[in-house]
Ligand binder design. Structure first.
Ligand code: ATP
Length: 508
């Protein structure tokens, strides 16, 4: 655990040192759970958004994208249920004066029991070696079964409390499970209270009763209220999807995990409108499709897992999370929800406008059902960035810091490096910059010894270093060095474009 904490600190420090992420308002001592993206962070973040947008909008004929305003009519949040039900259960520890989410305390308790199961498995794996059959072990080993039973009963009790909005029951669970405050170590808990996560503000100069606006806590509602506009103007036929990338705001109670939980963050959401009765089929489809997207980035599958929800939100009839193994354990990265026709029906009811679709094949009108895929840009950033950061010891005993980002997402695709700052090499390197800069983000660097320049590029995740040496002036070939393997090869300048194109092709 201590190691993981140290590693996480390294991630935060590296992000700052190299211009990926800065604390917001730093010279004023920062603003809690708000962050600014620096020069390299912005490139990486834009590339993540583009990678998602392409896979959703460009690769699907039946998905289009919009960009709706952050401010929306206040009734929208009544209709969506956010005014009444977008709450987190919070609890305070009287001794440390720290505030927690009651559900997170319980989730963390479950994670500790899951750790025990993992430890049993690791022990058994050691004992049985190749003959170890995990499936058989977890379904027969008495200790594992006991742990699993504990988890199941906690989950069942938790789901019951949440579904019944039984806050006293939640507190009792925390007491019964013996959960202590990680800071004070005591069980001196207050009652559990509900806390609405929306930020409110006022519009216009005259304050009235009904002029409270909310900063949107999700981008989805901007899609629902534009359902008919897009369907009609785009002549869209069900099934079809509407995608959106944009800011969302939540007044999170506990926000201590860097960009994992922010008060201002960005979402990439897609609402897929389907015929009633086909939604669970489409739910399964998108569940698989979204995991494939994650895996296409080349990160090993063992870092991802599904977590099906026991407690369904008021609008859903099926829901799952794709969780990622962050430096602090498996946590939600993306949600896939079957939202029924809840949103469109409610907006119909609250606006008085009919939000239906005429299906010419069935010759009938209906309110489409919706499958939502919702992923945080910042959480994706953290997942990819923390997974990529490595400290490596090389064969010669020296070490290097490596940021092995998926090449398609890297801020700079290549660095152009004249071996020395004389003999016409900088001029030749500049020619190569001019040749490639319209298609690729490049960095030119002529300062320091070549080894140090390689290290700088390794630390910011540049997949290729293109070095211009004296031979280049004769044969028009350059040395291309690969970031992860450090292997080098000679490539003709007039082939560089094709070469980079090949290497940087997005996976599908
Ligand atoms: P959590 O349970 O972690 O609070 P959630 O279930 O409330 O998340 P959703 O409402 O499903 O999250 O939002 C969809 C996605 O938006 C999440 O999977 C996550 O990637 C991202 N997200 C949600 N809240 C935040 C936040 N405070 N900071 C950064 N990203 C967030």
């Amino acid at each position: 655990m201590a190691n993981q904490e140290d590693f996480f600190k390294k991630v935060v420090a590296h992000a700052k040192e190299y211009g990926f992420i800065f604390p917001s308002s730093e010279i004023y001592d920062g603003l809690a759970a708000v962050y600014d993206y620096g020069q390299l962070g912005t490139e990486l973040k834009n590339n993540i958004k583009q990678y998602w947008w392409r896979s959703m909008v460009q690769y699907h004929e039946n998905i289009v994208g919009i960009d709706s305003a952050i401010f929306m009519h206040p009734k929208i949040w009544k209709a969506s249920g956010h005014v009444d039900a977008f709450n987190d259960p919070l609890i305070d520890n009287r001794d440390s004066k720290k505030r927690y989410r009651a559900d997170v305390l319980i989730e963390n308790h479950i994670a500790k029991i899951e750790d025990k199961i993992e430890k049993e498995c690791a022990k058994a794996q050691k004992r049985f070696g190749d003959a170890f059959d995990r499936q058989q072990f977890v379904s027969t080993n008495a200790r594992v079964l006991e742990h699993q039973q504990q988890i199941d009963s906690i989950r069942a009790r938790y789901a019951e409390c949440m579904n019944d909005n039984d806050l006293a029951g939640l507190k009792q669970m925390i007491l019964d499970l013996g959960i202590v405050c990680p800071i004070s170590g005591t069980r001196n808990w207050t009652d559990v209270r509900q806390f609405n996560l929306m930020f409110a503000t006022k519009m216009g100069s005259v304050e009235g009763e009904n002029d409270t606006l909310y900063l949107r806590p999700e981008t989805a509602q901007g899609i629902f209220v534009n359902f008919l506009n897009v369907q009609k103007s785009g002549r869209m036929k069900v099934p079809f999807g509407i995608a959106q990338v944009g800011k969302a705001f939540r007044n999170e109670i506990v926000a201590r995990q860097f960009i994992f939980r922010m008060r201002e963050f960005e979402q990439m959401e897609m609402q897929f409108f389907v015929r009633p009765g086909t939604e669970l089929e489409w739910f399964r489809y998108w569940k698989e499709e979204r995991l494939k997207w994650h895996l296409s980035l080349g990160i090993d599958a063992s870092n991802y897992r599904y977590h099906d929800h026991e407690k369904l939100a008021h609008y859903a009839n099926a829901a799952t999370d794709i969780e990622f193994l962050f430096p602090f354990g498996f946590k939600e990265l993306e949600g896939i929800h079957s939202r029924t026709n809840f949103d469109l029906s409610r907006h119909s009811e609250f606006s008085g406008k009919k939000l239906q679709y005429f299906d010419s094949e069935l010759n009938e009108s209906y309110t489409p059902y919706v499958i939502e895929t919702s992923i945080g840009v910042d959480r994706t950033f953290l997942a990819i960035f923390s997974h990529a950061l490595k400290e490596q010891t090389l064969d010669d005993g020296s070490s290097r810091t490596l940021l092995s980002l998926p090449p398609v997402l890297a801020p700079y695709k290549a660095a152009i490096l004249p071996l020395v700052k004389k003999d016409g090499l900088p001029e030749k390197a500049r020619e190569i910059m001019d040749l490639l800069k319209y298609d690729y983000m490049l960095q030119y660097d002529e300062k320091d010894a070549i080894g140090r320049r390689y290290r700088r590029q390794d630390a910011i995740g540049t997949p290729f270093c293109i070095t211009v040496d004296n031979d280049t002036l004769q044969d028009n070939n350059v040395t291309v060095r690969h970031r992860d393997t450090m292997q080098q090869e000679r490539v003709a300048i007039d082939q560089l474009h094709t070469y980079l194109n090949q290497q940087l092709k997005p996976l599908r």
